[in-house]
Structures are given as structure tokens and as C-alpha cells.
Design a protein around this ligand. Structure first.
Ligand code: CTP
Ligand code: CA
Length: 225
């Protein structure tokens, strides 16, 4: 029976996971967003819960249902996502997979903007959104012991991902190549590299659920007594 019992290697740990896109309103009917199905993040939330962690999943708008046993908090904007993450602390582990919109409209219009046929539209002023990964990685009493970021790149994958590890102050980066036509975005599989302070590992192309399980096993090993 011992042998068949599920792995509870993260029992007693709290994991915070972000997933999905954020939507940044322009007016009541339009928004700015990134492409993200949320699948990789939801799979990671499920894998951590299966290992006994208490999981808080802060999710932007997706078509997915929360994995069993996972506490999902729905948000729309980057600023809401940051506030929900901060409210969920303390956590031992943070895995930030969300495709956060880097910019929002500087002024959200309360009424629908009307197009004027034949006229060039005004430029849309943008404001920079908060960087949730950088916020959660900053030193302080509430910093999770392990902060994992993601880096989706179309060019210079490993160089850009290594630069993100340094710039954001997180502990690990999961880097994936989302070049057009490789089927990663919105697909079932993912092909990732795990960058830590000790070096880079390249994992084979795997179903997103398997990537999630491998990452959860690595996280469990990091917390093993
Ligand atoms: N991230 C975040 N908050 C943001 C932007 C990004 O938490 N406002 C997180 C993502 O969830 C991901 C990591 O930071 O874990 C890297 O996101 P990415 O968009 O690749 O990096 P950026 O620093 O935004 O750089 P750029 O988009 O210019 O490549
Ligand atoms: Ca970005």
C-alpha cells in the first residue's frame, strides 16, 4: 500500500501559480492581451497539488476549469494579478507562468470609443504594467523560498532567458521557444530548458502534463529534507 500511495512530497507547502493571459481594458468592449491558453500553468498547479501542496492558482481569463483541490482566484488585469498574488502570500513556492500584458491603456475610456470612417485613429497612449515576477522575487520577509519564472521567446532563447534570470532575481527560469510554426502556442506539447544558478538543462519535447510533472518533481526535490 505504501508503494501505491500518491507522492505527498510537497505536503505542508503552499504554492502560488499564475496562469493565462491578462486583459487590459481600452474601453468597455476592447482590451490588450497576450496569447495564452493557460494550459501549462494549470497543469503545473495540478502537478503540485497531486504532490500534496496547497495550491493557489491566480488565473487570467481562460477556457479551463480549475484542477481538483486547487484554489483558483480569477483576475483580469496585471494589477489585479499582482494584488491577488500579494494577498496569497506567504508561499513557499511561486511559479509564474502567466502571459502578463506588458502594457495597459494609459487611460481606460468609460464609454466605447467610436471609429471615424476615413480618419486616421489617434495613437493609444500606453502605461507599463507592474512586473509580478520581479515583485515576488524581491528580497523581503514574504519572498517565497523558490521563485520560478517562464520565458517564452522567439529569438536568442537561452541568452534572453539567462538575462531574465539575472534581471528579475528569480531562482529558476523555464524557457521555451515559441517561434511561429513550432506548435507550442496553444498546443499539447512543450519543449523547455530549465535554467538555474547551476546551469541549464534541456528537456525533450513532452506533453504539457509531463513538463508539469517533471517540474513538480524538481520542485519537490528542492524541498526534500
Ligand atoms: N511576468 C510578470 N509580470 C509582468 C511580465 C512578465 O510576472 N508584467 C513574468 C511572466 O509570468 C514570466 C516572466 O515574467 O514568468 C517572463 O515574462 P516575459 O514576458 O518573457 O518577460 P518580460 O520581462 O516581460 O520581457 P519581454 O516581454 O520584453 O521579453
Ligand atoms: Ca512580457
Amino acid at each position: 500500500a505504501e508503494r501505491l500511495a500518491p507522492k505527498r512530497s510537497l505536503a505542508g507547502r503552499h504554492a502560488l501559480v499564475t496562469a493565462g493571459p491578462t486583459h487590459e481594458p481600452i474601453d468597455p468592449v476592447r482590451y490588450i492581451a497576450n496569447r495564452s491558453s493557460g494550459r501549462q500553468g494549470y497543469a503545473i498547479a495540478a502537478a503540485l497539488a497531486a504532490r500534496g501542496a496547497r495550491v493557489t492558482l491566480v488565473s487570467g481569463p481562460t477556457a479551463l476549469t480549475a484542477p481538483p483541490g486547487v484554489d483558483r482566484i480569477d483576475v483580469e488585469t496585471a494589477r489585479e494579478m499582482l494584488a491577488a498574488c500579494e494577498a496569497a502570500l506567504p508561499a513557499d513556492i511561486a511559479v509564474l507562468t502567466a502571459a502578463v500584458a506588458d502594457w495597459r491603456a494609459a487611460h481606460e475610456a468609460g464609454r466605447k470609443l467610436k471609429k471615424r470612417p476615413g480618419e486616421t485613429p489617434e495613437p493609444l497612449p500606453l502605461a507599463l504594467n507592474p512586473d509580478i515576477l520581479a515583485h515576488l522575487s524581491a528580497p523581503g520577509p514574504n519572498r517565497p523560498a523558490l521563485v520560478v519564472g517562464f520565458a517564452a521567446e522567439t529569438d536568442d532563447l537561452l541568452r534572453n532567458a539567462a538575462a531574465k534570470l539575472d534581471r528579475k532575481g528569480c531562482d529558476w527560469i523555464v524557457a521555451n521557444d515559441v517561434a511561429d510554426g513550432n506548435g507550442i502556442m496553444g498546443g499539447d506539447h512543450n519543449e523547455v530548458h530549465l535554467l538555474t544558478r547551476d546551469g541549464t538543462e534541456t528537456w525533450p519535447r513532452l506533453p504539457k502534463n509531463d513538463v508539469a510533472n517533471c517540474l513538480a518533481d524538481r520542485i519537490a526535490a528542492r524541498f526534500a529534507p
